[in-house]
Design a protein around this ligand. Structure first.
Ligand code: S3P
Length: 442
């Protein structure tokens, strides 16, 4: 446990390079570890979650190493040739590692046991177990589909047509990854678009994938096995979810002006920026380009200190699923009411983010109402009060969100445990302080 304290910031200024995108980093190691030939990854996020993926892929035979030049080199085993890990795979805090690798293992004739930290051991795995069992894998977990989880994979993956019951890129990806070894068609139908980095990266590694729009507007995404991935170069753009923290900090601190270069602007990830702009934020997207199959832009953010409350459309939720904690901070500082709905999934993230944000913001004197899947925040246009300590429940984004809030409160804001920040944004404290924040260990 490492308590952190955030005190009033000067206006934020400067240019900072945000670490690599977490979703793309995980996938680059999985694909590189599976592909034939060499994959060279630049800009990989070296956070604990991604390292958990690297270690697991290594434990299953992939050659993965970081060079002194900061580049990660992978020599893959070839689809169908993952080897059985000799020991339990510890996925730490990482749901993405667990669910995506769960899919890969399910499609190989190997057994594996996965566990994780106290947060991950609470998270639901039935959402991948149901389709992967239909495809022929077998699972054993604790009560309620919780880790530790034993997976018995198969070399005869059955075809499936699976309509996602929850909008989840992790579940979609787990099924597609299991499908890479199937002789039959594996189709995932998603009614609401979720992040498509798996689909993009499959193409970049030379694998066929078919995406068809159905009559009801849903997308049918199909892979068929029998192909190999070809190693390639992956240049990971900066993470829009991580960038949201300095972005909101700049917006709520009047007189701020910061630039965050080369942020991934995949349209299934950028809902937070659309929302902040609707709230009155001044954010410019400069130098927009496509790099390695993903749209990127340099974000130029000017803080006027003035945001207004809005209604966030529920349809936008999947494109900003990880950004609600920091949006709640922006809403708490805004003038007027912000209504957020369709948030049921927030209850099964690294923590119950609805309850934990509502609790922490209430402590800071913010008026709010929490529903089963909604949060309404009544901002007054003035910073909430600080002088409180918030529990982070092993959730990096809760920790970072309250550190952002502490940049505007009169009294400092503390979190009991800042350690989880290392899972996704290892240099968060230094980077924020370089911009003008005052975040310290206490
Ligand atoms: C992720 C998908 C999302 C997101 C997570 C990363 C991914 O989870 O919250 O941080 O890389 O596929 P769900 O698929 O559970 O919504």
């Amino acid at each position: 446990m490492k308590a952190l304290q955030s005190s009033k910031a000067s206006p934020l200024s400067g240019t900072q390079r945000i670490p690599g995108d977490k979703s793309i980093s995980h996938r680059s190691l999985m694909f590189g570890g599976l592909a034939q030939g060499e994959t060279l990854i630049s800009g990989l996020l070296e956070g604990e979650d991604v390292i958990a993926t690297a270690l697991a892929m290594r434990a299953m035979g992939a050659k993965i190493a970081r060079g002194d030049d900061g580049l990660w080199r992978c020599e893959g085993v070839g689809i169908g040739f993952l080897k059985e890990p000799e020991d339990i795979l510890n996925m730490g805090n990482s749901g993405t590692s667990t669910r995506l690798l769960g899919g890969l293992i399910a499609g190989h004739p190997i057994n594996a046991v996965m566990t994780g930290d106290a947060s991950l051991r609470k998270r639901p795995m039935k959402r991948i177990m149901t389709p992967l069992s239909e495809m022929g894998a077998e699972f054993m977990t604790r009560e309620g589909g919780r880790l530790p989880m034993t997976i018995k994979g198969t070399d005869a993956v059955k075809g499936i047509e699976y309509r996602l019951p929850v909008a989840s890129a992790q579940v979609k990806s787990a099924i597609l990854l299991a499908g890479l070894t199937s002789d039959e068609k594996v189709t995932v139908i998603e009614e609401t678009p979720t992040r498509d980095h798996t689909e993009n990266m499959l193409r970049a590694f030379g694998h066929e994938i078919e995406i068809e729009e159905l009559e009801d507007g849903a997308a049918a995404i199909t892979v068929t096995g029998g192909q190999q991935l070809k190693g390639c170069a992956v240049d990971v753009p900066s993470d829009p979810s991580s960038a949201a923290f300095p972005c909101v900090a700049a917006l709520i601190n009047e007189g701020s002006g910061i630039t965050l270069p080369r942020i991934c602007m995949n349209e299934r990830r950028n809902g937070i920026y659309t929302t902040l702009i609707e709230m009155g934020a001044e954010i410019e997207f400069k130098n927009e380009r496509i790099e390695g199959g993903e749209r990127t832009a340099d974000l130029v953010i000017n803080g006027t200190g003035v945001l207004k409350g809005i209604d966030v459309p529920a349809a936008r939720v999947p494109s900003m699923i990880d950004e609600f904690p920091v949006l709640a901070v922006a809403a708490a500082c805004a003038d007027g009411t912000t209504r957020m709905t369709g948030l049921a999934e927030l209850r099964v993230k690294e923590s119950d983010r609805l309850a934990v944000m509502a609790d922490g913001l209430s402590k800071c004197g913010v008026r709010l109402e929490m529903g089963e899947d909604s949060l309404t925040i009544h901002g007054t246009g003035k910073p909430p009060k600080g002088g409180v300590e918030v529990e982070t429940h092993l959730d990096h984004r809760i920790a970072m969100s309250f550190m952002v809030l502490g940049t505007v409160t009169d009294e400092p804001v503390r979190v009991d445990d800042g350690q989880p920040i290392l899972t996704s944004f290892p240099n968060f404290i230094d980077l924020m302080n370089d911009l003008g924040c005052d975040i310290q260990d206490v």
